[in-house]
Write a protein that binds this ligand. Structure first.
Ligand SMILES: Cc1cc2nc3c(=O)[nH]c(=O)nc-3n(C[C@H](O)[C@H](O)[C@H](O)COP(=O)(O)OP(=O)(O)OC[C@H]3O[C@@H](n4cnc5c(N)ncnc54)[C@H](O)[C@@H]3O)c2cc1C
Length: 420
């Protein structure tokens, strides 16, 4: 027998530990925390500290540095269960896990020993990592925040202008303006990053910057390890998000931040395999989708309408079947991708597919589940509206699904004649 879909006893143990934690510590409080209007006042450190004491931020740290030495399958199981109770908490762990993977693959032995150990032995149990990468960019004359402030006076694009449309030449593209300037044995980094998960809460930043002001997009980027409290690092606007409010997202501002050259990832991008956290993000949305399905099924068993409980109405049956199929297939794709990664088989298209599919499934399933609840699905004292808001982030962050398809998945598909 070569195919076995069952979890090992160890995997089942960590999955049920995470589920029990999610059920007891997160689920009873998530809705109330989500309602706090000030985004700076939400981040529930006590929940995160307890989770970290159980090892949830250490699954991917090798045992020789004090971590749990587990793989991506186990990490996905943890993130999925936490997200079942709250997508924002799941996302905090997904982003952290993604950085652990990058450190493991691209870090030197000294970098790994220093930072893996710092995370595994953090006495406060508050060690999270951030990836300050995204910026608003400078292409065009209006920034997104200008637009939000009502300045949208570019005017329509007229038919004859389509013919004259030209893309920005590569040499002029500057979507990343954060720059690292060489200064002896150091880099001096300046620029502003936006939307950064755990910014202001994390202890280590894996920061991207353009090396030298002249280098163009796609070339000459570096990735730097920067302690979150380093001189020259500060934090700006905290985002007031539609969902996933139990994670924090904020601006990270670098002002001549001095980074020793030894804190750069010199083999970033040339590392044998940059797995990128796609399966861990898929786990967030599999958790949200499964919860929505479970809530809809439970409600359909108690709600009487049209002479029967609504689970006996065919339209509701089809909705529930559709949800169940999507939740199950999405999870199988995630586990396949995570398993492939753990077998060290090299980067594979399953990762991209798992992120894209799980996030689309979560939006679809939470929407259908909301429909099963009828009017109550739209009410804030019922679970569905939060699940829908939390799910809606999936196709947008970590790279939009469109970007991931055109930039990452299609090159893989085009290199193959068939799908497996
Ligand atoms: C809650 C949240 C958390 C985040 N956390 C982090 C983080 O921790 N670290 C970090 O670095 N970033 C983070 N991000 C940023 C996130 O990765 C970006 O928002 C995302 O990649 C989209 O970029 P953008 O917002 O600039 O959208 P844009 O790039 O402006 O995209 C706008 C639209 O254009 C489409 N589009 C863009 N380019 C193309 C193309 N080439 N072809 C076709 N369509 C295209 C997009 O799909 C989208 O529909 C976070 C964002 C959010 C909302």
């Amino acid at each position: 027998m070569t195919i076995d879909f069952s979890l090992s006893p160890e995997q089942e143990a960590i999955r049920s530990l995470a589920h029990e934690f999610a059920d007891k510590e997160i689920k009873p409080r998530a809705a109330e925390l989500d309602r706090i209007s000030d985004p700076a006042a939400i981040f529930p450190w006590d929940i995160y500290e307890k989770g970290n004491r159980l090892g949830f931020n250490k699954t991917l740290i090798p045992t020789k540095y004090g971590g749990l030495g587990l793989g991506e399958v186990e990490t996905c199981l943890v993130v999925e269960e936490l997200s079942w109770a709250d997508g924002g908490i799941g996302s905090t762990y997904f982003v952290h896990a993604m950085q652990l993977l990058t450190l493991g693959e691209s870090g030197t032995e000294e970098q790994k020993a220093k930072w893996f150990t710092a995370c595994a032995n953090d006495p406060e149990e508050r060690f999270f990592m951030s990836l300050p990468w995204t910026e608003h960019g400078v292409a065009g004359n209006l920034s997104p925040r200008d637009f939000a402030a009502g300045r949208m006076d570019n005017g329509p694009i007229l038919p004859h202008e389509w013919a004259m449309h030209r893309t920005v030449p590569p040499a002029e593209q500057r979507e990343m303006t954060t720059v690292a300037i060489e200064d002896g044995d150091d880099w001096l980094i300046s620029g502003t990053k936006r939307f950064i998960t755990s910014a202001g809460r994390s202890k280590l930043l894996l920061t991207s910057a353009r090396k030298g002001a002249e280098s163009t997009d796609g070339a000459g980027f570096g990735l730097f390890l920067i302690p979150a409290d380093a001189p020259g690092v500060s934090y700006g606007h905290i985002e007031d998000k539609m969902g996933q409010r139990l994670m924090q997202n904020a601006e990270v501002i670098f002002d001549n931040c001095r980074v020793p050259k030894s804190d750069e990832f010199t083999n970033y991008r040339t590392a044998p395999r940059v797995r990128g956290g796609d399966v861990e993000v898929a786990a967030v949305f599999n958790g949200i989708a499964r919860r929505a399905y479970e809530e809809a099924l439970a409600y359909s068993r108690i709600r009487y309408k049209g002479g029967a409980r609504i689970v006996f109405h065919q339209a509701m049956q089809m909705a529930l079947c559709d949800m169940a199929i999507k939740v199950l297939t999405s999870r199988m794709l995630m586990l396949r991708a995570a398993w492939e990664n753990d077998q060290e088989r090299g980067f594979n298209a399953y990762n991209n597919m798992a992120k894209i599919y799980s996030s689309d499934v979560a939006v679809d399933v939470t929407s259908k589940a909301m429909q099963v609840f009828g009017g109550y699905g739209y009410m804030r004292d019922f679970p569905m509206e939060k699940l829908y808001r939390d799910a809606r982030l999936g196709p947008i962050y970590h790279a939009t699904n469109e970007m991931m398809m055109v930039g990452q998945l299609i090159p893989w598909l085009a290199a193959m004649d068939t799908i497996y």
